[in-house]
Design a protein around this ligand. Structure first.
Ligand code: SF4
Ligand code: SF4
Length: 258
């Protein structure tokens, strides 16, 4: 029977694997380090993070990208990552931190809601589903580890409302793994296909306009309920966009032409 433990190479340096046994942690406004972790950090944003933040801020996604993010090298050479711009104050404070705490708390990015845990997924040979693993970080400034409160992973995922974020993160992990195969048909980095893919993944408002202009939804056999959800909800449009990219780039897309 295959082990549920992650491959050794998947365990980030200085982290410990979290299994079914409870772990000790509590973060609250009265802890001495409150808000310290929202400064001087390198915060990667996944496509769903950008979608949630731009909606919470009531901004067009193109404006959000211009104002709040920068590109960074990805986990492979064939698609960039996106990072949140920190403030230019001495402490490089997150732009969403205010006196009371996180001003976008219900829509805070995956990394913030998962912290002090980190999550990684792997796909093993012969398996269709991704396996998820959690690791505990040990930053000396974080006093939450000394607070008396025991969590199981189930309770942590529930309280941090991680389900939707993990689901969208797993879909993104599959797409990014496909991008790692260099599917840009010889165009190279930042060619038209890669720019199209970047728009689908991170600029959902422009993709909605593109999908309407090119009548994308009409080209595929989608049931009526799904089509309506895609027309109404950005999250459903992003899922459709991932499938459409696989279709356009010759990957294993579940979309069927009409
Ligand atoms: S450093 Fe840890 S305990 Fe302190 S505010 Fe951040 S997550 Fe909470
Ligand atoms: S998004 Fe919120 S929780 Fe995350 S670093 Fe910024 S202020 Fe902190």
């Amino acid at each position: 029977m295959p082990s549920n433990l992650p491959d050794q190479e998947l365990i980030p340096e200085g982290r410990t694997v979290i299994g079914p046994e409870p772990f000790q942690f509590r973060c609250h406004p009265d802890v001495g380090c409150f808000k310290i972790c929202c400064r001087r950090l390198e915060l990667y944003l996944y496509p769903y993070d950008v979608l949630r933040l731009k909606s919470a801020l009531n901004m067009h996604s193109a404006l959000f990208l211009r104002k709040h993010v920068r590109l960074a090298p990805g986990s492979h050479p064939f698609f960039p990552s996106v990072m949140l711009n920190m403030g230019d104050d001495d402490e490089h404070t997150c732009p969403f931190l205010d006196e009371k705490g996180c001003s976008v708390y219900p829509d805070r990015p995956t990394a913030c809601r998962t912290y002090p845990l980190e999550r990684a997924v792997e796909k093993r040979e012969g398996e269709t589903r991704l396996r998820a693993h959690y690791f505990m970080t040990h930053h000396v400034y974080c006093l939450g580890h000394g607070e008396r409160n025991a969590y199981t992973l189930d309770r942590w995922e529930r309280e941090q409302m991680l389900y939707e974020y993990n689901l969208m993160g797993d879909l993104w992990a599959e797409i990014d793994a496909f991008f790692a195969s260099n599917p840009w048909q010889g165009e190279g980095a930042a060619g038209p296909l890669q720019q199209l893919a970047f728009m689908v993944c991170y600029n959902i408002d422009d993709f909605r306009a593109y999908a309407s202009q090119h009548r994308l939804l009409q080209q595929f056999a989608l049931d009526r309920n799904r089509r309506r959800r895609i027309e109404r909800e950005d999250e459903e449009l992003l899922k459709f966009g991932f499938e459409w990219l696989l279709h356009v780039l010759g990957g294993p897309s579940p979309l069927r032409s009409r």
